[in-house]
Design a protein around this ligand. Structure first.
Ligand code: HEC
Ligand code: HEC
Ligand code: HEC
Ligand code: HEC
Ligand code: HEC
Length: 400
Protein backbone atom coordinates (compact mmCIF):
# COMPACT_ATOMS: atom_id res chain seq x y z
CA UNK A 1 0.00 0.00 0.00
CA UNK A 2 1.45 3.33 -0.96
CA UNK A 3 0.32 6.67 0.36
CA UNK A 4 0.82 9.16 -2.36
CA UNK A 5 -0.95 12.44 -1.92
CA UNK A 6 0.71 15.02 -4.04
CA UNK A 7 0.32 18.63 -3.21
CA UNK A 8 -0.21 19.86 -6.67
CA UNK A 9 -0.48 23.56 -6.87
CA UNK A 10 -3.88 23.47 -8.52
CA UNK A 11 -4.03 27.22 -8.90
CA UNK A 12 -1.03 27.18 -11.15
CA UNK A 13 -3.38 26.60 -14.03
CA UNK A 14 -4.14 30.30 -13.70
CA UNK A 15 -3.77 31.99 -17.07
CA UNK A 16 -0.22 31.85 -18.29
CA UNK A 17 0.94 34.54 -20.69
CA UNK A 18 1.73 32.26 -23.59
CA UNK A 19 1.24 33.43 -27.15
CA UNK A 20 -1.55 31.55 -28.88
CA UNK A 21 0.01 29.11 -31.31
CA UNK A 22 -1.91 28.63 -34.48
CA UNK A 23 -1.18 24.95 -34.72
CA UNK A 24 -1.90 22.25 -32.17
CA UNK A 25 0.01 19.00 -32.12
CA UNK A 26 -2.18 15.95 -32.67
CA UNK A 27 0.51 13.35 -31.95
CA UNK A 28 3.43 13.01 -29.56
CA UNK A 29 5.85 13.16 -32.49
CA UNK A 30 4.34 16.41 -33.72
CA UNK A 31 4.68 17.94 -30.26
CA UNK A 32 8.28 16.75 -30.03
CA UNK A 33 8.95 18.31 -33.43
CA UNK A 34 7.51 21.67 -32.32
CA UNK A 35 9.97 21.72 -29.41
CA UNK A 36 12.80 19.98 -31.20
CA UNK A 37 15.96 19.86 -29.12
CA UNK A 38 18.04 17.65 -31.41
CA UNK A 39 20.05 20.69 -32.62
CA UNK A 40 20.76 21.72 -28.99
CA UNK A 41 22.18 18.27 -28.31
CA UNK A 42 24.53 18.66 -31.28
CA UNK A 43 26.23 21.83 -30.03
CA UNK A 44 25.68 21.50 -26.26
CA UNK A 45 26.43 17.79 -25.84
CA UNK A 46 27.52 18.16 -22.19
CA UNK A 47 24.34 19.97 -21.17
CA UNK A 48 22.25 17.46 -23.10
CA UNK A 49 23.88 14.38 -21.54
CA UNK A 50 23.52 15.81 -18.02
CA UNK A 51 19.94 16.89 -18.54
CA UNK A 52 18.87 13.56 -20.06
CA UNK A 53 19.64 11.67 -16.85
CA UNK A 54 18.12 14.37 -14.60
CA UNK A 55 14.62 14.30 -13.08
CA UNK A 56 13.77 17.13 -15.51
CA UNK A 57 14.70 14.90 -18.45
CA UNK A 58 12.35 12.24 -17.06
CA UNK A 59 9.60 14.42 -15.70
CA UNK A 60 6.81 12.05 -16.78
CA UNK A 61 8.38 8.60 -16.83
CA UNK A 62 9.97 8.90 -13.39
CA UNK A 63 8.29 5.91 -11.68
CA UNK A 64 6.93 8.06 -8.86
CA UNK A 65 5.47 10.58 -11.27
CA UNK A 66 3.79 7.90 -13.40
CA UNK A 67 2.17 6.39 -10.30
CA UNK A 68 1.08 9.82 -9.12
CA UNK A 69 -0.52 10.70 -12.42
CA UNK A 70 -2.24 7.33 -12.69
CA UNK A 71 -3.70 7.82 -9.24
CA UNK A 72 -4.78 11.36 -10.08
CA UNK A 73 -6.66 10.08 -13.12
CA UNK A 74 -8.31 7.23 -11.21
CA UNK A 75 -9.09 8.86 -7.86
CA UNK A 76 -9.65 12.44 -8.92
CA UNK A 77 -10.50 12.95 -12.60
CA UNK A 78 -12.61 9.79 -12.94
CA UNK A 79 -14.39 10.31 -9.60
CA UNK A 80 -15.20 14.03 -9.72
CA UNK A 81 -18.27 14.88 -11.76
CA UNK A 82 -16.96 18.29 -12.74
CA UNK A 83 -13.67 16.91 -14.07
CA UNK A 84 -12.73 15.27 -17.34
CA UNK A 85 -9.76 13.21 -18.49
CA UNK A 86 -8.41 16.24 -20.42
CA UNK A 87 -7.85 17.92 -17.06
CA UNK A 88 -4.64 15.91 -16.70
CA UNK A 89 -3.18 19.16 -18.10
CA UNK A 90 -3.34 20.37 -14.48
CA UNK A 91 -0.35 18.13 -13.87
CA UNK A 92 1.26 18.34 -17.28
CA UNK A 93 1.54 22.15 -17.20
CA UNK A 94 4.56 21.92 -14.92
CA UNK A 95 5.86 18.48 -15.82
CA UNK A 96 5.84 19.18 -19.58
CA UNK A 97 5.04 22.87 -20.21
CA UNK A 98 4.91 22.38 -24.02
CA UNK A 99 1.58 20.61 -23.42
CA UNK A 100 -0.03 24.01 -24.01
CA UNK A 101 0.35 23.25 -27.74
CA UNK A 102 -1.26 19.80 -27.63
CA UNK A 103 -4.65 19.17 -29.23
CA UNK A 104 -7.36 17.71 -26.92
CA UNK A 105 -7.07 14.26 -28.53
CA UNK A 106 -3.35 14.19 -27.79
CA UNK A 107 -3.97 15.03 -24.13
CA UNK A 108 -6.45 12.13 -23.91
CA UNK A 109 -3.90 9.88 -25.59
CA UNK A 110 -1.21 10.86 -23.06
CA UNK A 111 -3.64 10.05 -20.23
CA UNK A 112 -4.28 6.62 -21.78
CA UNK A 113 -0.57 5.99 -22.14
CA UNK A 114 -0.01 6.83 -18.47
CA UNK A 115 -2.67 4.29 -17.47
CA UNK A 116 -1.17 1.67 -19.79
CA UNK A 117 2.36 2.34 -18.50
CA UNK A 118 1.28 1.69 -14.90
CA UNK A 119 -1.65 -0.72 -15.04
CA UNK A 120 -1.44 -2.93 -18.12
CA UNK A 121 -0.97 -6.64 -17.36
CA UNK A 122 1.34 -7.06 -20.31
CA UNK A 123 4.90 -5.95 -19.59
CA UNK A 124 5.65 -5.33 -23.27
CA UNK A 125 2.71 -2.94 -23.47
CA UNK A 126 3.78 -1.16 -20.28
CA UNK A 127 7.29 -0.72 -21.65
CA UNK A 128 6.04 0.46 -25.05
CA UNK A 129 3.85 3.09 -23.36
CA UNK A 130 6.78 4.28 -21.23
CA UNK A 131 8.96 4.52 -24.31
CA UNK A 132 6.39 6.70 -26.04
CA UNK A 133 5.96 8.89 -22.93
CA UNK A 134 9.73 9.25 -22.54
CA UNK A 135 9.66 11.54 -25.57
CA UNK A 136 7.88 14.05 -23.34
CA UNK A 137 9.84 15.86 -20.65
CA UNK A 138 10.85 19.22 -19.29
CA UNK A 139 13.33 20.03 -22.05
CA UNK A 140 15.74 22.80 -23.04
CA UNK A 141 13.01 24.90 -24.64
CA UNK A 142 10.67 24.39 -21.68
CA UNK A 143 13.16 26.33 -19.55
CA UNK A 144 15.03 28.42 -22.14
CA UNK A 145 11.85 29.61 -23.82
CA UNK A 146 8.47 28.84 -22.21
CA UNK A 147 9.47 29.44 -18.57
CA UNK A 148 12.29 31.88 -19.19
CA UNK A 149 10.33 35.12 -18.92
CA UNK A 150 8.22 34.47 -15.83
CA UNK A 151 4.56 34.93 -14.97
CA UNK A 152 4.25 38.49 -16.25
CA UNK A 153 5.77 38.43 -19.71
CA UNK A 154 5.13 36.14 -22.66
CA UNK A 155 8.17 34.45 -24.17
CA UNK A 156 8.80 35.28 -27.82
CA UNK A 157 8.67 32.47 -30.34
CA UNK A 158 11.98 31.34 -31.88
CA UNK A 159 14.03 32.89 -29.08
CA UNK A 160 16.50 31.09 -26.83
CA UNK A 161 16.80 32.90 -23.53
CA UNK A 162 20.07 32.61 -21.66
CA UNK A 163 21.62 34.09 -18.54
CA UNK A 164 23.99 36.43 -20.44
CA UNK A 165 23.95 38.91 -23.27
CA UNK A 166 25.24 37.29 -26.47
CA UNK A 167 26.50 39.70 -29.10
CA UNK A 168 27.44 37.03 -31.63
CA UNK A 169 23.91 35.64 -31.95
CA UNK A 170 25.09 32.00 -31.81
CA UNK A 171 21.72 30.50 -32.75
CA UNK A 172 20.91 32.57 -35.86
CA UNK A 173 22.15 29.71 -38.06
CA UNK A 174 19.11 27.60 -37.26
CA UNK A 175 16.53 30.33 -37.00
CA UNK A 176 16.67 31.31 -33.33
CA UNK A 177 17.48 34.66 -31.77
CA UNK A 178 19.33 34.69 -28.47
CA UNK A 179 18.21 37.00 -25.68
CA UNK A 180 19.17 37.57 -22.10
CA UNK A 181 16.71 36.80 -19.34
CA UNK A 182 18.05 37.74 -15.92
CA UNK A 183 15.26 35.64 -14.40
CA UNK A 184 17.11 32.43 -15.32
CA UNK A 185 19.77 33.08 -12.69
CA UNK A 186 17.26 33.67 -9.89
CA UNK A 187 15.42 31.39 -7.46
CA UNK A 188 12.14 32.89 -8.71
CA UNK A 189 12.75 31.09 -11.98
CA UNK A 190 12.62 27.70 -10.22
CA UNK A 191 9.76 28.83 -8.00
CA UNK A 192 7.50 29.08 -11.08
CA UNK A 193 7.03 25.30 -10.78
CA UNK A 194 8.28 24.66 -7.24
CA UNK A 195 5.79 27.11 -5.71
CA UNK A 196 2.36 28.67 -6.36
CA UNK A 197 1.88 31.53 -8.81
CA UNK A 198 2.25 35.03 -7.31
CA UNK A 199 -1.50 35.68 -6.95
CA UNK A 200 -1.86 32.95 -4.29
CA UNK A 201 -1.41 34.48 -0.81
CA UNK A 202 1.97 33.50 0.69
CA UNK A 203 0.49 31.81 3.77
CA UNK A 204 -1.83 29.62 1.66
CA UNK A 205 1.05 27.99 -0.16
CA UNK A 206 3.54 26.35 2.17
CA UNK A 207 6.20 24.71 -0.01
CA UNK A 208 9.92 24.04 -0.11
CA UNK A 209 10.28 27.54 -1.56
CA UNK A 210 8.48 29.04 1.47
CA UNK A 211 11.12 27.53 3.74
CA UNK A 212 13.86 28.70 1.34
CA UNK A 213 12.68 32.30 1.84
CA UNK A 214 11.74 32.14 5.52
CA UNK A 215 14.38 29.85 6.98
CA UNK A 216 17.30 30.62 4.69
CA UNK A 217 17.14 33.94 2.80
CA UNK A 218 15.52 35.85 5.66
CA UNK A 219 18.20 34.41 7.95
CA UNK A 220 20.87 36.20 5.94
CA UNK A 221 21.87 33.56 3.40
CA UNK A 222 22.37 34.51 -0.22
CA UNK A 223 22.66 31.32 -2.30
CA UNK A 224 20.18 30.77 -5.13
CA UNK A 225 18.71 27.39 -6.11
CA UNK A 226 21.15 27.43 -9.06
CA UNK A 227 24.17 27.97 -6.78
CA UNK A 228 23.55 24.60 -5.12
CA UNK A 229 21.60 22.58 -7.67
CA UNK A 230 23.54 23.65 -10.78
CA UNK A 231 26.89 24.08 -8.99
CA UNK A 232 26.96 27.85 -9.56
CA UNK A 233 29.07 29.03 -12.50
CA UNK A 234 29.50 25.46 -13.75
CA UNK A 235 25.76 25.45 -14.50
CA UNK A 236 25.63 21.68 -14.41
CA UNK A 237 22.36 20.43 -15.92
CA UNK A 238 21.95 17.26 -13.84
CA UNK A 239 19.88 19.41 -11.41
CA UNK A 240 21.35 17.35 -8.57
CA UNK A 241 18.70 16.26 -6.12
CA UNK A 242 18.19 13.48 -3.59
CA UNK A 243 18.76 10.88 -6.33
CA UNK A 244 22.45 11.88 -6.31
CA UNK A 245 23.85 10.19 -3.22
CA UNK A 246 26.84 12.52 -2.72
CA UNK A 247 24.64 15.59 -3.07
CA UNK A 248 22.09 14.06 -0.72
CA UNK A 249 24.74 13.25 1.90
CA UNK A 250 26.06 16.81 1.69
CA UNK A 251 22.71 18.06 2.97
CA UNK A 252 23.09 16.65 6.46
CA UNK A 253 25.74 16.73 9.21
CA UNK A 254 25.38 14.22 12.00
CA UNK A 255 27.09 15.00 15.31
CA UNK A 256 27.00 12.58 18.21
CA UNK A 257 28.53 13.40 21.59
CA UNK A 258 28.44 10.66 24.24
CA UNK A 259 29.82 11.26 27.74
CA UNK A 260 29.88 8.94 30.76
CA UNK A 261 28.74 10.38 34.08
CA UNK A 262 27.42 9.29 37.46
CA UNK A 263 24.34 10.03 39.47
CA UNK A 264 23.27 9.53 43.04
CA UNK A 265 20.60 6.86 43.46
CA UNK A 266 18.91 7.47 46.80
CA UNK A 267 16.80 4.34 46.46
CA UNK A 268 19.82 2.07 46.13
CA UNK A 269 21.95 4.31 48.34
CA UNK A 270 24.87 4.43 45.90
CA UNK A 271 26.47 6.15 42.94
CA UNK A 272 25.37 4.76 39.60
CA UNK A 273 26.88 5.13 36.12
CA UNK A 274 24.98 6.88 33.36
CA UNK A 275 25.47 8.09 29.82
CA UNK A 276 24.59 11.47 28.39
CA UNK A 277 24.06 11.37 24.68
CA UNK A 278 23.52 14.37 22.45
CA UNK A 279 22.62 13.96 18.80
CA UNK A 280 22.49 16.85 16.38
CA UNK A 281 21.24 16.72 12.80
CA UNK A 282 22.18 19.85 10.90
CA UNK A 283 20.60 20.65 7.54
CA UNK A 284 23.09 22.19 5.08
CA UNK A 285 20.57 22.60 2.26
CA UNK A 286 18.75 25.83 1.48
CA UNK A 287 15.32 24.72 2.66
CA UNK A 288 13.53 22.13 4.77
CA UNK A 289 14.56 18.51 4.19
CA UNK A 290 13.23 16.06 3.34
CA UNK A 291 10.52 17.64 1.22
CA UNK A 292 7.44 15.88 -0.09
CA UNK A 293 3.73 16.02 0.34
CA UNK A 294 2.94 13.14 2.67
CA UNK A 295 4.80 10.25 4.25
CA UNK A 296 7.49 10.21 1.59
CA UNK A 297 10.29 11.13 1.33
CA UNK A 298 11.27 10.62 4.94
CA UNK A 299 14.46 10.88 6.98
CA UNK A 300 14.74 8.26 9.72
CA UNK A 301 17.29 8.50 12.52
CA UNK A 302 17.89 5.20 14.33
CA UNK A 303 19.76 5.12 17.63
CA UNK A 304 20.90 2.00 19.41
CA UNK A 305 22.96 1.76 22.61
CA UNK A 306 24.41 -1.64 23.60
CA UNK A 307 26.61 -2.83 26.43
CA UNK A 308 29.98 -4.61 26.08
CA UNK A 309 28.16 -7.94 25.58
CA UNK A 310 26.02 -6.55 22.77
CA UNK A 311 22.87 -6.45 24.92
CA UNK A 312 20.52 -3.63 23.99
CA UNK A 313 20.20 -0.84 26.53
CA UNK A 314 18.22 1.66 24.48
CA UNK A 315 16.78 1.88 21.02
CA UNK A 316 15.01 4.91 19.58
CA UNK A 317 13.82 6.11 16.23
CA UNK A 318 12.98 9.62 15.10
CA UNK A 319 11.36 10.53 11.79
CA UNK A 320 11.25 13.70 9.72
CA UNK A 321 8.86 14.51 6.90
CA UNK A 322 6.69 17.24 5.47
CA UNK A 323 3.00 16.46 5.06
CA UNK A 324 0.00 18.17 3.49
CA UNK A 325 -3.23 16.51 4.58
CA UNK A 326 -6.87 17.29 4.04
CA UNK A 327 -9.36 17.03 6.88
CA UNK A 328 -13.12 16.66 6.71
CA UNK A 329 -14.72 20.06 6.97
CA UNK A 330 -11.71 21.86 5.53
CA UNK A 331 -11.75 24.24 2.59
CA UNK A 332 -14.39 23.02 0.12
CA UNK A 333 -12.75 22.74 -3.25
CA UNK A 334 -12.74 20.06 -5.90
CA UNK A 335 -10.03 17.41 -5.30
CA UNK A 336 -9.07 19.04 -2.03
CA UNK A 337 -6.57 16.32 -1.02
CA UNK A 338 -4.49 17.30 -4.00
CA UNK A 339 -4.53 21.00 -3.42
CA UNK A 340 -1.82 22.57 -1.31
CA UNK A 341 -4.07 25.57 -0.58
CA UNK A 342 -6.78 23.31 0.93
CA UNK A 343 -4.62 20.94 2.95
CA UNK A 344 -3.19 21.43 6.41
CA UNK A 345 0.58 21.64 6.46
CA UNK A 346 2.72 19.73 8.96
CA UNK A 347 6.37 20.66 8.70
CA UNK A 348 8.07 17.87 10.64
CA UNK A 349 11.27 18.22 8.63
CA UNK A 350 14.63 19.71 9.54
CA UNK A 351 14.96 23.39 8.72
CA UNK A 352 18.25 24.97 7.64
CA UNK A 353 18.21 27.57 10.42
CA UNK A 354 17.53 25.14 13.26
CA UNK A 355 19.38 21.86 13.74
CA UNK A 356 17.37 19.04 15.26
CA UNK A 357 18.81 18.08 18.64
CA UNK A 358 17.95 15.17 20.92
CA UNK A 359 19.45 14.59 24.36
CA UNK A 360 19.21 11.23 26.10
CA UNK A 361 20.14 10.57 29.71
CA UNK A 362 20.56 6.86 30.08
CA UNK A 363 20.98 5.22 33.51
CA UNK A 364 23.26 2.16 33.32
CA UNK A 365 23.52 -1.03 35.33
CA UNK A 366 26.44 -1.19 37.74
CA UNK A 367 28.31 -3.94 35.87
CA UNK A 368 28.46 -2.07 32.56
CA UNK A 369 32.06 -1.42 31.49
CA UNK A 370 31.55 0.15 28.09
CA UNK A 371 28.74 0.97 25.70
CA UNK A 372 28.50 1.10 21.94
CA UNK A 373 26.47 3.94 20.54
CA UNK A 374 25.33 3.56 16.95
CA UNK A 375 23.39 6.18 15.00
CA UNK A 376 22.15 5.57 11.46
CA UNK A 377 20.38 8.13 9.35
CA UNK A 378 18.39 6.89 6.38
CA UNK A 379 16.63 8.76 3.62
CA UNK A 380 13.58 7.02 2.17
CA UNK A 381 13.25 8.58 -1.29
CA UNK A 382 10.64 6.16 -2.58
CA UNK A 383 9.37 2.76 -1.53
CA UNK A 384 12.29 0.99 -3.14
CA UNK A 385 15.05 3.59 -2.90
CA UNK A 386 16.44 3.97 0.60
CA UNK A 387 19.84 5.60 1.15
CA UNK A 388 22.05 5.70 4.25
CA UNK A 389 23.10 9.33 4.58
CA UNK A 390 24.81 9.34 7.98
CA UNK A 391 26.30 6.78 10.33
CA UNK A 392 28.48 6.87 13.45
CA UNK A 393 29.59 4.15 15.84
CA UNK A 394 31.23 5.14 19.11
CA UNK A 395 32.56 3.07 21.98
CA UNK A 396 32.36 4.81 25.35
CA UNK A 397 34.25 3.52 28.42
CA UNK A 398 32.18 3.81 31.56
CA UNK A 399 34.05 5.23 34.57
CA UNK A 400 34.23 3.15 37.69
C1 HEC B 1 3.10 23.90 -10.10
C2 HEC B 1 3.79 22.87 -10.82
C3 HEC B 1 3.34 21.42 -10.65
C4 HEC B 1 2.10 20.90 -10.87
C5 HEC B 1 0.84 21.64 -11.28
C6 HEC B 1 2.22 19.48 -10.63
N1 HEC B 1 3.49 19.15 -10.28
FE1 HEC B 1 4.18 17.29 -9.77
N2 HEC B 1 5.95 18.09 -9.26
C7 HEC B 1 6.31 19.41 -9.44
C8 HEC B 1 7.64 19.62 -8.91
C9 HEC B 1 8.39 20.96 -8.90
C10 HEC B 1 8.08 18.36 -8.39
C11 HEC B 1 9.38 18.06 -7.67
C12 HEC B 1 9.11 18.55 -6.27
C13 HEC B 1 9.84 17.93 -5.14
O1 HEC B 1 10.40 16.81 -5.26
O2 HEC B 1 9.80 18.58 -4.06
C14 HEC B 1 6.98 17.42 -8.65
C15 HEC B 1 7.01 16.08 -8.29
C16 HEC B 1 5.99 15.20 -8.48
C17 HEC B 1 6.01 13.81 -8.07
C18 HEC B 1 7.15 13.09 -7.39
C19 HEC B 1 7.26 13.50 -5.96
C20 HEC B 1 6.45 12.69 -4.99
O3 HEC B 1 5.92 13.31 -4.06
O4 HEC B 1 6.34 11.45 -5.11
C21 HEC B 1 4.81 13.27 -8.43
C22 HEC B 1 4.32 11.86 -8.18
C23 HEC B 1 4.05 14.33 -9.07
N3 HEC B 1 4.80 15.50 -9.09
C24 HEC B 1 2.78 14.16 -9.60
C25 HEC B 1 1.97 15.22 -9.99
C26 HEC B 1 0.58 15.07 -10.33
C27 HEC B 1 -0.20 13.77 -10.31
C28 HEC B 1 0.13 16.31 -10.65
C29 HEC B 1 -1.27 16.72 -11.06
C30 HEC B 1 -2.30 16.36 -10.13
C31 HEC B 1 1.24 17.23 -10.50
N4 HEC B 1 2.34 16.54 -10.11
C32 HEC B 1 1.16 18.60 -10.73
C33 HEC B 1 5.55 20.42 -10.00
C34 HEC B 1 4.21 20.31 -10.29
C1 HEC C 1 14.90 23.13 -15.58
C2 HEC C 1 15.27 24.20 -16.46
C3 HEC C 1 16.36 23.98 -17.48
C4 HEC C 1 16.42 23.01 -18.46
C5 HEC C 1 15.46 21.86 -18.68
C6 HEC C 1 17.59 23.31 -19.25
N1 HEC C 1 18.22 24.41 -18.76
FE1 HEC C 1 19.91 25.29 -19.52
N2 HEC C 1 19.93 26.59 -17.96
C7 HEC C 1 18.94 26.72 -17.01
C8 HEC C 1 19.25 27.81 -16.12
C9 HEC C 1 18.42 28.24 -14.93
C10 HEC C 1 20.48 28.36 -16.58
C11 HEC C 1 21.22 29.56 -16.00
C12 HEC C 1 21.84 29.25 -14.67
C13 HEC C 1 22.47 30.42 -14.01
O1 HEC C 1 22.55 31.50 -14.60
O2 HEC C 1 22.89 30.26 -12.87
C14 HEC C 1 20.87 27.57 -17.75
C15 HEC C 1 22.02 27.81 -18.51
C16 HEC C 1 22.29 27.18 -19.71
C17 HEC C 1 23.42 27.49 -20.57
C18 HEC C 1 24.49 28.50 -20.28
C19 HEC C 1 25.59 27.73 -19.61
C20 HEC C 1 26.80 28.51 -19.26
O3 HEC C 1 27.71 27.84 -18.73
O4 HEC C 1 26.84 29.70 -19.43
C21 HEC C 1 23.32 26.66 -21.66
C22 HEC C 1 24.28 26.61 -22.83
C23 HEC C 1 22.16 25.84 -21.47
N3 HEC C 1 21.55 26.18 -20.28
C24 HEC C 1 21.73 24.91 -22.39
C25 HEC C 1 20.70 24.01 -22.14
C26 HEC C 1 20.38 22.90 -23.01
C27 HEC C 1 21.09 22.58 -24.30
C28 HEC C 1 19.35 22.23 -22.43
C29 HEC C 1 18.68 20.95 -22.90
C30 HEC C 1 19.53 19.81 -23.11
C31 HEC C 1 19.01 22.94 -21.21
N4 HEC C 1 19.85 24.00 -21.07
C32 HEC C 1 17.98 22.57 -20.35
C33 HEC C 1 17.81 25.94 -16.89
C34 HEC C 1 17.50 24.86 -17.68
C1 HEC D 1 25.11 25.51 -34.00
C2 HEC D 1 25.44 25.27 -32.64
C3 HEC D 1 24.37 25.55 -31.58
C4 HEC D 1 23.12 25.03 -31.53
C5 HEC D 1 22.43 24.12 -32.51
C6 HEC D 1 22.56 25.49 -30.27
N1 HEC D 1 23.45 26.30 -29.62
FE1 HEC D 1 23.16 27.25 -27.89
N2 HEC D 1 24.93 28.18 -28.05
C7 HEC D 1 25.85 27.96 -29.05
C8 HEC D 1 27.01 28.82 -28.85
C9 HEC D 1 28.23 28.87 -29.72
C10 HEC D 1 26.75 29.55 -27.67
C11 HEC D 1 27.64 30.58 -27.03
C12 HEC D 1 28.52 29.89 -26.05
C13 HEC D 1 29.40 30.83 -25.30
O1 HEC D 1 29.72 31.90 -25.81
O2 HEC D 1 29.77 30.46 -24.18
C14 HEC D 1 25.45 29.12 -27.20
C15 HEC D 1 24.86 29.59 -26.03
C16 HEC D 1 23.67 29.09 -25.52
C17 HEC D 1 23.08 29.51 -24.28
C18 HEC D 1 23.68 30.50 -23.30
C19 HEC D 1 23.22 31.86 -23.59
C20 HEC D 1 23.68 32.77 -22.46
O3 HEC D 1 22.99 33.78 -22.27
O4 HEC D 1 24.66 32.45 -21.77
C21 HEC D 1 21.92 28.82 -24.13
C22 HEC D 1 20.93 28.95 -22.98
C23 HEC D 1 21.78 27.99 -25.28
N3 HEC D 1 22.85 28.17 -26.10
C24 HEC D 1 20.72 27.12 -25.46
C25 HEC D 1 20.53 26.39 -26.61
C26 HEC D 1 19.34 25.63 -26.87
C27 HEC D 1 18.16 25.49 -25.91
C28 HEC D 1 19.48 25.08 -28.10
C29 HEC D 1 18.50 24.21 -28.87
C30 HEC D 1 17.18 24.81 -29.09
C31 HEC D 1 20.78 25.50 -28.60
N4 HEC D 1 21.38 26.30 -27.68
C32 HEC D 1 21.29 25.15 -29.82
C33 HEC D 1 25.70 27.09 -30.11
C34 HEC D 1 24.56 26.36 -30.39
C1 HEC E 1 8.82 23.94 -15.73
C2 HEC E 1 8.75 23.59 -14.33
C3 HEC E 1 10.04 23.49 -13.54
C4 HEC E 1 11.04 24.42 -13.40
C5 HEC E 1 11.13 25.79 -14.05
C6 HEC E 1 11.99 23.86 -12.47
N1 HEC E 1 11.58 22.62 -12.06
FE1 HEC E 1 12.58 21.38 -10.78
N2 HEC E 1 11.19 19.94 -11.12
C7 HEC E 1 10.05 20.08 -11.89
C8 HEC E 1 9.34 18.82 -11.91
C9 HEC E 1 8.04 18.57 -12.64
C10 HEC E 1 10.09 17.90 -11.14
C11 HEC E 1 9.75 16.44 -10.82
C12 HEC E 1 10.34 15.58 -11.86
C13 HEC E 1 10.49 14.16 -11.44
O1 HEC E 1 10.33 13.82 -10.26
O2 HEC E 1 10.81 13.35 -12.33
C14 HEC E 1 11.25 18.64 -10.66
C15 HEC E 1 12.25 18.08 -9.87
C16 HEC E 1 13.31 18.79 -9.34
C17 HEC E 1 14.32 18.23 -8.48
C18 HEC E 1 14.42 16.78 -8.02
C19 HEC E 1 13.47 16.47 -6.92
C20 HEC E 1 13.46 15.00 -6.53
O3 HEC E 1 12.67 14.69 -5.64
O4 HEC E 1 14.22 14.20 -7.07
C21 HEC E 1 15.19 19.24 -8.16
C22 HEC E 1 16.40 19.15 -7.26
C23 HEC E 1 14.73 20.43 -8.86
N3 HEC E 1 13.59 20.12 -9.57
C24 HEC E 1 15.35 21.64 -8.81
C25 HEC E 1 15.03 22.72 -9.64
C26 HEC E 1 15.82 23.92 -9.73
C27 HEC E 1 17.07 24.21 -8.93
C28 HEC E 1 15.21 24.73 -10.64
C29 HEC E 1 15.64 26.08 -11.13
C30 HEC E 1 16.98 26.18 -11.72
C31 HEC E 1 14.04 24.01 -11.13
N4 HEC E 1 13.96 22.81 -10.49
C32 HEC E 1 13.15 24.51 -12.07
C33 HEC E 1 9.63 21.22 -12.53
C34 HEC E 1 10.39 22.36 -12.68
C1 HEC F 1 22.48 25.77 0.13
C2 HEC F 1 22.21 24.84 -0.98
C3 HEC F 1 20.79 24.73 -1.50
C4 HEC F 1 19.94 25.73 -1.93
C5 HEC F 1 20.17 27.24 -1.88
C6 HEC F 1 18.76 25.08 -2.44
N1 HEC F 1 18.86 23.73 -2.30
FE1 HEC F 1 17.50 22.34 -2.85
N2 HEC F 1 18.59 20.88 -1.98
C7 HEC F 1 19.90 21.02 -1.54
C8 HEC F 1 20.39 19.73 -1.10
C9 HEC F 1 21.81 19.47 -0.55
C10 HEC F 1 19.36 18.80 -1.31
C11 HEC F 1 19.39 17.29 -1.03
C12 HEC F 1 18.72 16.99 0.27
C13 HEC F 1 17.38 16.34 0.19
O1 HEC F 1 16.88 16.08 -0.90
O2 HEC F 1 16.79 16.10 1.25
C14 HEC F 1 18.24 19.56 -1.86
C15 HEC F 1 17.00 19.00 -2.21
C16 HEC F 1 16.06 19.63 -3.01
C17 HEC F 1 14.87 19.02 -3.53
C18 HEC F 1 14.40 17.61 -3.24
C19 HEC F 1 13.71 17.60 -1.91
C20 HEC F 1 13.54 16.24 -1.32
O3 HEC F 1 13.82 16.10 -0.10
O4 HEC F 1 13.15 15.32 -2.02
C21 HEC F 1 14.23 19.97 -4.30
C22 HEC F 1 12.93 19.80 -5.07
C23 HEC F 1 15.02 21.18 -4.22
N3 HEC F 1 16.11 20.96 -3.42
C24 HEC F 1 14.71 22.36 -4.87
C25 HEC F 1 15.31 23.59 -4.57
C26 HEC F 1 14.81 24.87 -5.02
C27 HEC F 1 13.63 25.07 -5.92
C28 HEC F 1 15.64 25.82 -4.47
C29 HEC F 1 15.53 27.33 -4.57
C30 HEC F 1 14.24 27.88 -4.16
C31 HEC F 1 16.66 25.13 -3.69
N4 HEC F 1 16.42 23.78 -3.78
C32 HEC F 1 17.68 25.75 -2.99
C33 HEC F 1 20.60 22.20 -1.47
C34 HEC F 1 20.10 23.46 -1.75
Amino acid sequence: MRNIFICILLLSIAVLPYPVSAKKAATIDELVEMYNIKPCAGCHADKYEDWKTSTMGNSIIDPRVLLGMRTFIRLALDEEKSMKREDITICLNCHIPQIKDAAPELILHIGDLILTAVENDNELKREAAKKELSKLNLNCLGCHNLKATGFNAAPKEKVIYGPRSMENNPHAGFGFQTEKSALLSTSEFCAQCHHCPPDVPWKDCPTLYTTYIENFIQKGRKETCQNCHMMGEARIHTFAGPGNIDFLKSSLSLNVAARPTRYIDIYENRKMPALVLEIELKNNAGHVIPHGCAIMPRIIMELSVRDQEGREILSRQKEFSVNDLYFKGGKQVVMAEWDVTATEHFNLGINPDKPDTSTFIIPLEKDIKSVNVEVNVKYTYSRDRIFTIGKTVQKVEIEK
